[in-house]
Design a protein around this ligand. Structure first.
Ligand SMILES: [Ca+2]
Length: 338
């Protein structure tokens, strides 16, 4: 009889403790969910509800490979955009509680809508535009899809190739950019990039992707580093001499919005311009922080060409300070001043 009472008390004790733990975790989960839309900015502190704090000896946030116990939104731990983390509550009784959460970090200032004017339009060969750049009056373009991928160049407004190099059938071409007297070109899931002679577009060599990069999407060059998008919210900076290593990376977000699916890119005058896949927007991004400072809305232009999932806005180049924009399977290039 005595034995069963003791067991009964223990079980009751455990149950109370279990209920309390569950309540703490539910409160934490509700709090984190409520903060997702509002998000945080760098420098903010995470003010957890009193119920979460009262039994805690310490609370840390784990990112898997690193951990912080300051509850501060520091760029040393958090990136712009969504961060998948685990809260670890070390309780005063020695037990630990774990709760997964998404913490969104947004840029402090709101991205401006950039006013623009369409000055001119040029005819264009309908190809699956994945990489797009101009030097002088010559367009260098990477054309995608398995079985018909190529790198080619032609004069703006023309459709006759000056030079063209096809890829093997299993290669799906993606972003491309000019680096000195060479052209670098990405592939989608082949995990290799190609380097061509800019003049002849003859293949010179190829390179493997850094391990962290699963897919190649957009590519540009800031005069020192290649900048690569992989369809996520991240942009990767690579040394063109050692393109199989990532030098650094940034994540891209605006004031209220995370932008992933970053696609075709162009570096111009201190900023990165990026298409967002299947969206009629071009973002202007601070290359140091990843903050979106401005946004072009090309909805009206996209309406003229976009009929499905494939024929979307995708192609940014700069010619004499004006932006050239086009899309996959579009038969026009537009010259835009802003
Ligand atoms: Ca481009």
């Amino acid at each position: 009889m005595k034995k069963s009472i003791i067991i009964g008390i223990c079980a009751l004790g455990l149950l109370t403790s279990c209920n309390k733990d569950e309540k703490i975790l539910n409160t934490l989960n509700d709090f984190n969910t409520s903060m997702e839309e509002k998000g945080y900015h760098f420098g903010d502190k995470i003010s957890l509800p009193a119920e979460v704090l009262e039994d805690a000896e310490s609370i840390s946030i784990s990112f898997g490979d690193k951990e912080t116990n300051t509850l501060a939104i520091s760029p040393d731990f958090f990136s712009l955009g969504d961060n998948a983390v685990t809260f670890i509550i070390q309780k005063k009784d020695g037990e630990s509680l774990y709760q997964d959460a998404i913490i969104n970090v947004f840029s402090k200032t709101e991205e401006k809508n950039i006013n623009f004017k369409i000055e001119k339009e040029y005819n264009k060969e309908k190809v699956f535009t994945q990489g797009f750049q101009i030097e002088g009056n010559t367009i260098y373009e990477s054309d995608g899809q398995n079985g018909s991928s190529k790198i080619w160049k032609y004069s703006l407004g023309e459709t006759t190739p000056i030079a063209s190099t096809p890829q093997p059938d299993e290669v799906f071409s993606e972003g491309a950019t000019i680096v000195g007297d060479k052209v670098y070109q990405l592939t989608w899931r082949n995990k290799i990039g190609f380097i061509y002679d800019k003049n002849s577009l003859k293949l010179l060599s190829q390179f493997d992707y850094p391990n962290i990069i699963g897919e190649g999407w957009g590519l540009t060059y800031n005069g020192k580093e290649l900048i690569l998008s992989d369809g996520s919210k991240n942009l990767y900076f690579l040394n063109p001499e050692k393109p199989s290593e990532v030098v650094r990376q940034i994540s891209v977000a605006g004031n209220k919005e995370i932008y992933d699916n970053l696609n075709e890119l162009e570096y111009h005058d201190g900023f990165i311009y990026a298409n967002v896949w299947q969206k009629p927007f071009i973002l202007k991004i601070n290359p140091k922080t990843g903050e979106v400072v401005g946004k072009f809305n090309f909805t009206e232009l996209a309406k003229k060409h976009t009929t499905g999932d494939d024929d979307v806005l995708n192609g940014i180049a700069f010619k004499d300070g004006k932006m050239l924009v086009t899309g996959k399977l579009w038969d026009k290039i537009y010259e835009v001043s802003f």
